[in-house]
Design a binder for this molecule. Structure first.
Ligand code: GLU
Length: 594
């Protein structure tokens, strides 16, 4: 990971001006108020969280954070700001999330003093069968071809979820909510270095999708570079159309027609999505998965995300071990941290999937008694050899161990308003640039979330696995937006991208806060140890600690030197009631409050 600081500082200055314009203020860099407003925490070297009293937004995009903050400053609530932030992300981080994708939200409604979750996950078109990814040769297509084209696209859920949040809790109209994003799409935004890097990395793949390449090309050809301006007038028009006519234009009207045509007429792996699939799409309000750890109440996302239940199982196992992880990591502590993740991952792979389609023993998996039994498998001074087998949360259940590689992409944003409403949202297209397809004339990309189903739908006994593709079903996710309460009051909200590493990333940060009592930014910056029922991945400088490494290798672990795992965006409400916002230095991120 290397970010170019001089470039970023210049960018920060440009955006400081932009922000001042947004607020109708004259920008004066020597004004201390302005420097307090523009507390950029971006990239390595940023050590402190951003502090504010009223409201806070942290996201992976300058423009999104600023637009969200602007909503809060003008009296909008966290729900309004979240909708605006997601629309802006559709424009400025189009490869990671957007209205062509899906999201999970964990929310705190301060009026009702309750946490609820919203499942805006993409859904398999009705025509999907377990052999979705079986090619004409009768074999499951390899991953690199599964990810491209209409077949990989699920029915998008993001926009329906945003409409739900706005209708039920918002104070602004859809037309107002789309406007900041539409304006940026129309006038253009500056390509950041990470954007340019991602684009370059996917450029060859995108050559299969000329419309997509065209949108992100320089006038003379080749991918946009850092510092270039990207404009997307088609997306501006799409957003304004949604603003004027409401989301039915997307799920039932002309945009739905364009989505169906794009998916089904894709040259690359055409899909089979119908107008009825789009018309039938509904976001689902669900209860959070709730667990307790040393006095904290952790509220996470239930199925079809495996995030909340896996985290609960890991934390329960750790709590039943007794000792908290104080001070610097020791080899013995890391041994526990690694194998707790391995054990939970075996259960995740075997049992977790869309519980509206298959029975998932979540209550057992998140119970203290199951965790206590499961942690009994830990061996003193010896690492478990992976893959470990799944446990048996109820008798007679067939256990399988299907794993798949999820992408390290996606985005997370967290928002708290002055009334302490909270939104913790993880949002995705799955792979960067989703399935590669830009919806005809509409300027937004479609997801490839169907690849989160098990492509090998059956286990070795020929039984369908819980996460097999099926029409109307939602693919299993790892996304783990989280809100933490203490004595019934919210104290922390966070989440991360990172595919199936998300769960371990979130666990690391929670333990750094709960047990090691680190400041929020330090808790995010600290090197992570992530295990997914395979060799553990360890970030430097921990990986380079020779003594630790030798002790762990002595226990039988093959350590992987991992680079920049996850990108956490978090807000903490501290004991004095102040908000501390922190963005992860591993990728782009900006926390701002007022
Ligand atoms: N598709 C993944 C999931 O739902 C997220 C991908 C990512 O984080 O990059 O878990």
């Amino acid at each position: 990971m290397s970010l170019n600081f001089s470039f970023l500082s210049r960018l920060a200055l440009v955006y400081a001006c932009f922000f001042a314009i947004l607020c109708n203020a004259k920008y004066d860099p020597s004004d201390p108020d302005v420097s307090r407003e523009i507390g950029v925490r971006f990239g390595p070297g940023s050590s402190g969280a951003f502090l504010a009293q009223n409201g806070m937004v942290t996201s992976s995009s300058f423009e999104a954070t600023m637009a969200g903050l602007d909503v809060l400053r003008k009296g909008g609530n966290a729900f309004d700001a979240a909708v605006v932030v997601q629309f802006v992300l559709t424009v400025t981080e189009p490869y990671a999330s957007g209205i062509g994708g899906g999201l999970f939200a964990v929310a705190y409604d301060s009026k009702e003093e309750e946490v609820f979750t919203l499942d805006g996950r993409e859904t398999a078109p009705d025509a999907a069968e377990p052999d979705l990814f079986v090619g004409i040769n009768g074999k499951v297509d390899k991953f690199s071809s599964r990810i491209d084209g209409g077949r990989a696209a699920g029915v998008p859920g993001t926009l329906a979820a945003l409409a739900y949040l706005l209708d039920e809790y918002g104070t602004i109209s859809m037309a107002e909510a789309v406007e900041p994003a539409a304006r940026i799409a129309e006038t253009g935004f500056i390509i950041t270095e990470p954007f340019a890097r991602n684009l370059a990395a996917h450029w060859r793949r995108l050559s299969k999708f000329p419309e997509t390449q065209k949108l992100f090309s320089r006038p003379g050809g080749g991918p946009l570079q850092a510092g270039d301006i990207c404009r997307n007038p088609e997306l501006a028009a799409t957003l304004r159309l949604i603003g004027r006519e409401g989301v039915s234009v997307f799920y039932k009207g002309p945009i739905a027609q364009d989505i169906v045509a794009t998916v089904n007429e894709s040259k690359e792996n055409p899909g089979a999505m119908s107008m009825a699939d789009l018309a039938d799409y509904k976001p689902i309000r669900r209860e959070p998965v709730v667990s307790n750890y040393r006095g904290y109440t952790i509220c996470g996302m239930d199925m079809p995300s495996s995030g909340g239940a896996s985290l609960a199982l890991m934390l329960n196992m750790l709590e039943s071990q007794g000792a908290a992880f104080n001070g610097e990591w020791t080899a013995e502590q890391l041994h526990t941290l690694i194998d707790v993740q391995n054990l939970a991952f075996a259960d995740r792979n075997a049992f977790m999937a869309d519980s509206d389609f298959v029975s998932v023993p979540t209550d057992v998996l998140i119970s203290k008694s199951y965790a206590q039994k499961r942690i009994g498998e830990l061996k003193p001074n010896q690492g478990l050899s992976t893959p470990v087998s799944a446990g048996n949360p109820y008798k007679g259940v067939a256990t399988t161990n299907a794993t798949r590689e999820e992408s390290p992409y996606t985005t997370h944003f967290t928002i708290v308003d002055k009334n302490r409403n909270i939104l913790s949202i993880t949002s995705t297209l799955e792979q960067h640039f989703g399935c590669g397809l830009l919806v005809e004339n509409r300027g937004f990309l479609l997801n490839n979330e169907m690849t989160d189903f098990n492509a090998h739908a059956k286990d070795s006994d020929g039984e369908l696995t819980p996460n097999a593709p099926q029409g109307g079903k939602r693919p299993r996710s790892s996304m783990s937006p989280t809100i933490v309460l203490r004595d019934g009051k919210p104290v922390l909200a966070l989440g991360s991208p990172g595919g199936s590493r998300i769960i371990g990333v979130t666990l690391n940060v929670l333990l750094n806060v709960f047990d090691r009592e680190l400041e929020l930014q330090e808790a995010i910056n600290a090197p992570r140890v992530v295990a997914r029922n395979r060799d553990p991945e360890i970030e430097s400088p921990l990986y380079r600690d020779q003594a630790l490494k030798e002790s762990l290798e002595g226990m039988g672990y093959q350590l992987i030197d991992s680079q920049a795992v996850g990108s956490v965006q978090a807000i903490r409400i501290n004991d004095s009631g102040w908000l501390e916002g922190a963005a992860d230095p591993r990728r782009e991120g900006l926390a701002l409050g007022y």
